[in-house]
Design a protein around this ligand. Sequence first.
Ligand SMILES: C[S@@+](CC[C@H](N)C(=O)[O-])C[C@H]1O[C@@H](n2cnc3c(N)ncnc32)[C@H](O)[C@@H]1O
Ligand code: SF4
Length: 357
Amino acid sequence: MSTDRFGVYVHVPFCRHRCDYCAFATFTDRDHLMSRYSEAVVNEIRRAVNAGMPSADTVFFGGGTPTRLAPDLLTSMLAAIPSTPGAEVTVECNPDDVNPAMIEAFVAAGVNRLSIGVQSMVPHVLRSLGRMHDPRNVANAVRFARAGGIDNLNLDVIYGVHGESVDDWRRTVEEVMELDPPHVSAYGLTVEGGTPLAEDPSRHPDDDLQAEMYEVVDDLLAAAGLANYEVSNWAEPGRECRHNRIYWSQGDYLGFGSAAHSHRDGRRWWNVRTPDRFIELIEAGESAESSAEVLDEEQRRLEGLQLAIRMREGVPRGSFSDDDLRMLEGLLTESGDRLVLTRRGRLMANEVSVRLR
Ligand SMILES: C[S@@+](CC[C@H](N)C(=O)[O-])C[C@H]1O[C@@H](n2cnc3c(N)ncnc32)[C@H](O)[C@@H]1O
Ligand code: SF4
């Protein structure tokens, strides 16, 4: 489990273009707010620091598209965050945005990990996803990162896209592995409510095809030395994402910026969704918190199991009834005194999860 104690997330709610499968809180028409937004985030961070925020073991800039910001805006926010020596500092990137000057500015500011949104290496699949980038920019982004001194890289890919064959998907994974990343996140395309994709059932993914694609990626990554450590995440030993591990082990984190979520000791809260409202509130000296919830002991325990079952550490044996264990045969396996998902189990993680007790 994670030995990291505290994470900081910074949300960057700007994108060049809205992908029609995406439900993240991000905007394409508010670039004029970038500078005021970054200042407001710095203010929000300073208030937290003054209120006793601990030093961060991990920092994650997510979005949206953090690389849509001028690097000095991003690094001004990073400079406001106190961190522990050796902290993991990740920036989510669009491969089209990455260039040597950006990497230089990031490295000087302490960024040591990039998560690059590749999605696919096959042009017609990228088009089907409504993505604009040229797949060759992925190799360039990786090259610039390494040349500038960042070798802790994650590549994000999506499978099960309308029109994508198993061979297309294999090609994406093989081309990604030619770049030798130490970490890959592979997500089955999910139909998120309220998106244009949700309104077009003819483009919805097929479950059986997605299952086959999951097996393809798992085989290819395992053969390349990347072990699955969470249903959708694979890494070389020691290169697992420490920030995500804080989320998955119910650790404490503070989120800054619009729509950012925070958690401390069972209390969860989240900020207002739009950058406009966020800026207004912070500039007026008010809190940007929108709502909160407090989990009771039992909810926290159960949620802890639901997160743990998705990870290779698994859950204690007694977490399922004997009847459920019989019913879930083939989906779980013993590992020491724990139960972990088999590969077939990983494909049905949600179904297994509802049986936890
Ligand atoms: C905030 S985005 C990463 C950075 C950048 N905005 C991008 O899209 O490249 C986080 C990741 O979530 C994944 N994602 C977003 N929407 C998804 C969906 N509907 N189904 C599956 N994966 C999704 C993509 O792999 C994406 O890289
Ligand atoms: S998937 Fe990434 S680039 Fe596309 S709209 Fe969502 S956050 Fe922006």
